[in-house]
Design a protein around this ligand. Structure first.
Ligand SMILES: Cc1cc2nc3c(=O)[nH]c(=O)nc-3n(C[C@H](O)[C@H](O)[C@H](O)COP(=O)(O)OP(=O)(O)OC[C@H]3O[C@@H](n4cnc5c(N)ncnc54)[C@H](O)[C@@H]3O)c2cc1C
Length: 609
């Protein structure tokens, strides 16, 4: 068993930032990560990091844009804290040596991004995330923070108490990919989950194969609710054949979207008469798919993104990486021809419910980065706001877990925050299928005493792995593909009741299939079959939460469009969706949105660009 004050699970942007902050506040910190830190998906971020640095810009404007972008589902204390603290985080990165792109006078460049009222996106070419990871990993190495790399965490060890708010988290269980060893990481102060996104719940996604929603699902099963899971961002410019992202930076630099008739449809069809291509992502994705559905798409599938008019010099200076992506993955030369693009799953606005300090309702369990929902992005995230989020709230979670004195949080968490129970007619019973004794598909449970909780969790995981390796059964890939296909088909940009119900039925069938899953590769070293099998369980839990929340929310807000309810319904739906895992079944309830921040109160307005 390994022991540290703070265990950070995940070494992407959020995990690295949390670890550095906890270390600076005197904690003995360890990072436990299934990938080497610099292979984390943050490295794929292209476009940039928003922060109000310019004298003519202000944190209030950034906060306002973020709240408007969220379609008024952001919580004001999170939004204000974020906008105020983002500039210092960017300056800190610059001091740590991040190679930001600069203007001729040496100042850090800032470019326009969708939904921003001021050009405030700082960037490092079109490889911002890569440089961000390397800059922070250097700081981790410099500080001597212990990194357990290629350790796959499969469970958080939490005491068993009927009320999740009475539970305590004492560590995590990990599987060392190199050796097959299963062991525990005891956390004296707390565990911070920073495990990233869940794009693998869909089959057309910009996310890496490792983005399987592990943290969300593990925390959920331990009793921390998932918040606003129905809000999934579909990025408007992904390459059709692979889902590889073409950064919003292209449109930020002046790239133009055309339909088959070479009409600049964002203006021609009045989707965003002011901002055009730089409207918020949900708006642009719907516009593209409307063009395709109405017969104006190219090959009935995609539209064109053209950057040729920017000129070779500017493209090579600011967007060189995009040329390589278009050439390598689509065979298109972006200097000579327009690039084919269509919407693809990109980001999960919802996640583990936390407050401004990253605390979940379980004592000692924190979350930060894409796996968390604080809630900053509400119903729709603005491009360039995820990286500053993971810096600001990663650092705050790290500080708090290390014992730093911080103000009382204003955002409530846990079942006590419930304002009303949910009511939705489901086509199938959600939640676990297996009886509690099945070590593979069942919950596993937890023991009552803090002293034994980690040992118990380790035993449960050993039994799960042994069972998977020893028995015969079906391959996880069939189960995962079924989930991915139904999510892409039925829980996409345009959502209809019948499709959402179909998705829930398919997910139920996938759960039933998962009961018979087994691992054919018996190896104890680098057994990716085993890892993907365990991840698939997490994908199922996350997919179900998304589809269930989407069916329940009867309105159109941000990224969540419903055919029968094509308007935002603040009177009834200005509230967060919560799903709590109770005895293996999701329980739906709601809590109010917090529109009153530390210094300003937000009034929901009509959202147009
Ligand atoms: C292609 C792309 C481009 C983007 N561009 C931008 C951009 O320009 N600007 C912006 O603001 N946002 C952007 N985003 C969003 C943003 O990059 C992500 O939301 C953010 O980087 C996620 O960071 P993270 O630290 O939460 O997770 P990640 O960087 O994904 O890191 C997750 C970490 O958790 C570890 N992990 C996961 N599961 C386990 C487990 N079970 N056990 C142990 N370790 C585990 C992984 O090893 C990894 O280290 C982009 C997203 C994509 C997909």
């Amino acid at each position: 068993m390994y022991e540290h004050d703070v265990i950070v699970v995940g070494a992407g942007g959020a995990g690295l930032r949390a670890a550095i902050a906890a270390h600076e506040h005197g904690a003995d910190v360890a990072l436990v990560t299934k990938l080497h830190p610099v292979r984390s998906h943050t490295g794929a971020a292209e476009g940039g990091i928003n922060a109000a640095l310019h004298p003519e810009d202000s944190w209030e404007l950034h906060a306002y844009d973020t709240m408007k972008g969220s379609d008024y589902l952001g919580d004001a204390p999170a939004v204000d804290t974020f906008a105020k603290e983002a500039p210092n985080e960017v300056i800190q990165l610059e001091h740590w040596g991040m190679p930001f792109s600069r203007e001729e006078d040496g100042k850090v460049s800032q470019r326009p991004f969708g939904g921003l009222s001021h050009p405030r996106t700082t960037y490092a070419g079109a490889e911002t995330g890569h440089h961000l990871l390397h800059t922070m990993y250097e700081q981790v190495v410099k500080r001597g923070i212990e990194v357990y790399e290629e350790w796959f965490v499969t469970r958080v060890a939490v005491t068993d108490h009927d009320d999740p708010e009475g539970r305590e988290c004492h560590g995590v269980v990990g599987y060392e990919i190199k050796t097959g060893e299963i062991d525990g990481f005891y956390a004296r102060n707390g565990v911070i989950l920073a495990t990233g996104g869940l794009g693998q719940a869909f089959d057309h996604t910009t996310n890496a194969i490792a983005n399987t929603g592990d943290g969300q699902a593990m925390a959920y099963r331990a009793g921390a609710p998932m918040e606003d899971m129905e809000f999934v961002q579909f990025h408007p410019t992904t390459l059709p054949s692979t889902g590889v992202l073409i950064s919003e930076g292209v449109r930020g630099e002046g790239g133009i979207l055309y339909n088959e008739a070479e009409e600049r449809f964002m203006f021609e069809y009045g989707y965003a008469n002011n901002e055009g291509e730089l409207a918020s992502r949900d708006v642009v994705s719907r516009a593209e798919l409307t063009q395709v559905n109405e017969g104006r798409g190219i090959e009935d599938e995609y539209v064109h993104l053209d950057m040729r008019h920017l000129g070779e010099e500017r493209i090579l200076d600011r967007l060189e990486n995009i040329l390589h992506l278009a050439e390598d993955f689509e065979g298109v030369d972006g200097l000579e021809e327009p690039m084919p693009v269509k919407p693809g799953q990109h980001y999960q606005m919802g996640g583990i419910e936390v407050n401004e300090h990253g605390e979940s309702c379980i004592d000692g369990l924190y979350a930060a980065g894409e796996c968390a929902c604080v809630s900053l992005h509400g119903a729709n995230r603005l491009g360039g706001n995820a990286l500053p989020e993971l810096l600001v709230f990663g650092a705050r979670a790290g500080r708090h877990a290390a014992g730093a004195d911080m103000d009382d949080p204003l955002i409530p968490t846990g079942p006590d925050a419930e304002s009303e129970p949910g009511d939705v007619e489901l086509p199938v019973e959600p939640g676990i299928v297996a009886d509690a004794s099945d070590p593979v598909a069942a919950d596993g449970g937890a023991v009552a005493t803090p002293e034994a909780v980690l040992e118990d969790a380790i035993e449960t995981e050993r039994e799960r792995v042994e069972t998977l390796l020893e028995r015969d059964g079906i391959n996880h890939a069939d189960v995962r593909a079924k989930v991915q296909e139904t999510m892409t088909e039925n829980v996409n940009v345009f959502r209809q009741e019948g499709n959402l119900k179909q998705a829930l039925r398919d997910i139920r069938e996938s759960r039933e299939l998962y009961q018979d899953v087994a691992v054919s590769d018996p190896s104890r070293t680098y057994n990716t079959d085993l890892i993907h099998t365990i991840e698939t369980r997490n994908v199922i839990d996350c997919a179900e939460a998304i589809a269930l929340g989407a069916l329940a929310r009867e309105e159109f807000r941000g990224a969540h469009w419903r055919q029968q309810y094509q308007e935002r319904r603040d009177d009834e739906w200005l509230k967060h969706t919560l799903l709590a895992w109770e005895d293996g079944t999701p329980r739906l309830y709601y809590k109010p949105v917090v529109l009153e921040g530390h210094e300003q109160t937000y009034e929901p307005k009509e959202r147009s660009y």
